[in-house]
Design a protein around this ligand. Structure first.
Ligand SMILES: Cc1ncc(COP(=O)(O)O)c(C=O)c1O
Length: 432
């Protein structure tokens, strides 16, 4: 059955849209943190459709909220009419964003959210010069790809922006690796000053950065770097855009937004993925003065439609009522501590990193420290054989990524941890 579907998939869908696993799977049902494939095999899901099924599967509160909206007969109206669910969700997000006098524009994807942020930032500053971070991923439109610093995800050289690149927070390789946190912050600030002086002609519009780089393999800079950068940006009036598509809504455990680890408030914040728990919902929040910098009509047919915002309201209410941020901190610590003590010392593990329920393990060849994507793939397949879905990423495809639903229980964390540790140890033995 699945083989037939795979052949049909390959016959009609483009090859640049990758499928996971040597033998791809079709997930046909889900409940809580577990999914079942077309062969009847069940898995604990530590990737949640790329950190998107933030509450898990088949959550009654979300289903009922969407069913209530469906029962009105209104699935869609367009934003030409008032949408109660949209206004309510915008009020909640504006308040939680930490951005003063905030306005919210809803889109269907993280790409469009970043595109909108870049639109208003470049209009507001009357400049198409933008700073971005190496190893970033911000989406698949021309501007979002243009600020994406990862060759694998850069599908075109066409770029409406003029982009200058800052070093990432990579602690394993690159010019700022192996420095102490304070030294790394100082070096990154020096890098920013030098890039501004040598690669721009002044009047830069914005810096866009992910607090923890998602596709980039959960690389993140030391806490406080964004505030140190912002001091320099403020000297020039340059805006700061936090891409919270993966890091938002309490996933990092310690904070509601990733940017809060840095003691800074962004001018613009983009969100997507988890807020719809699978329904297409994303957007940008910004200070009114900045977000209003659109000198023409800008309209998204589906952005923030009644169904997706009904889901979004229910997701946000559920998240807050169950304090899932605290759960991410507590359960994430079980995973992080367990991984560090069980496999952190292996020669093939360069780093166990991340925060809350956003954790990565970077694999290298013992001795040389070269990235080891083949080992990463073996671990990835072994996890699946053991009944655990995970993700992969990193500039060299050598990072195993875990971003389970924030409802993950302690027992499920321990169950997944045991599968991970087995998969890593057994795959590393093959290498040794
Ligand atoms: C940090 C970040 N920004 C933007 C995007 C693009 O979001 P979308 O795929 O919804 O367009 C992604 C997607 O993975 C992401 O991880």
């Amino acid at each position: 059955m699945t083989d037939d579907l795979l052949a049909r998939h390959r016959a009609v869908l483009p090859p640049w849209m990758p499928l996971y696993y040597a033998e791809p799977i079709e997930l046909v049902s889900g409940s809580g943190r577990r999914v079942t494939d077309a062969q009847g095999r069940s898995y604990l899901d530590f990737f949640g459709g790329v950190l998107t099924n933030m509450l898990g599967y088949d959550i009654p509160e979300i289903r009922e909220a969407v069913e209530r909206q469906l029962a009105t007969g209104i699935v869609h109206t367009s934003t030409l009419y008032l949408i109660r669910q949209q206004v309510e969700l915008a009020e909640k997000i504006a308040e939680r964003s930490g951005i003063p006098d905030a306005r919210v524009f809803f889109t269907n994807s993280g790409t469009e959210a970043n595109e909108a942020a870049l639109l208003v930032a470049t209009n507001h500053r009357r400049s198409h010069q933008v700073l971005a971070v190496r190893n970033s991923y911000h989406g698949r439109s021309y501007a979002a790809m243009g600020v994406t610093g990862n060759r694998t995800w850069s599908a075109s050289a066409l770029n409406p922006l003029q982009v200058a690149w800052l070093h990432s927070g990579d602690r394993v390789r690159g010019l700022l690796a192996r420095l102490s946190a304070d030294e790394q912050v100082d070096a990154a600030v020096e890098d920013l000053r030098e890039v501004l002086a040598t690669q721009t002609s002044g009047d830069v519009a914005a810096l866009i950065a992910e607090p923890i780089q998602g596709v980039g393999g959960f690389v993140h800079p030391p806490d406080g770097l964004f505030a140190a950068w912002k001091k320099v940006l403020d000297e020039h009036g340059i805006l700061f855009i936090a891409d919270e598509v993966q890091t938002g809504w309490g996933r990092t455990g310690e904070h509601f937004w990733g940017y809060q680890a840095h003691g800074v408030t962004p001018d613009l914040l983009t969100f997507a993925k988890g807020i719809g728990n699978g329904f297409a919902l994303a957007g940008v929040v910004g200070r009114a003065e900045v977000l209003q910098a659109v000198p023409g009509i800008s309209f998204s047919t589906f952005g923030g439609n009644p169904i997706s915002t009904a889901a979004g309201n229910a997701v946000l209410d559920y998240l807050v009522a169950h304090d899932l941020q605290a759960n991410a901190a507590r359960v994430g610590a079980i995973l992080a501590d367990g991984l560090r003590s069980a496999v952190g010392g292996l020669d093939c593990v360069a780093e166990v990193r991340g925060k809350g329920l956003m954790l990565g393990v970077e694999f290298v060849r013992p001795g040389s420290g070269e990235p080891d994507p083949a080992l990463t793939n073996r671990v990835f397949e072994a996890c699946r054989d053991g009944g655990l879905l995970t993700g992969k990423g990193g500039l060299y495809g050598n990072v195993l990524r875990m971003g389970p639903p924030l409802t993950l229980t302690e027992d499920e964390a321990r169950e997944g941890l045991a599968i991970l540790v087995d998969a890593i140890r057994s795959s590393a033995e093959v290498t040794a």
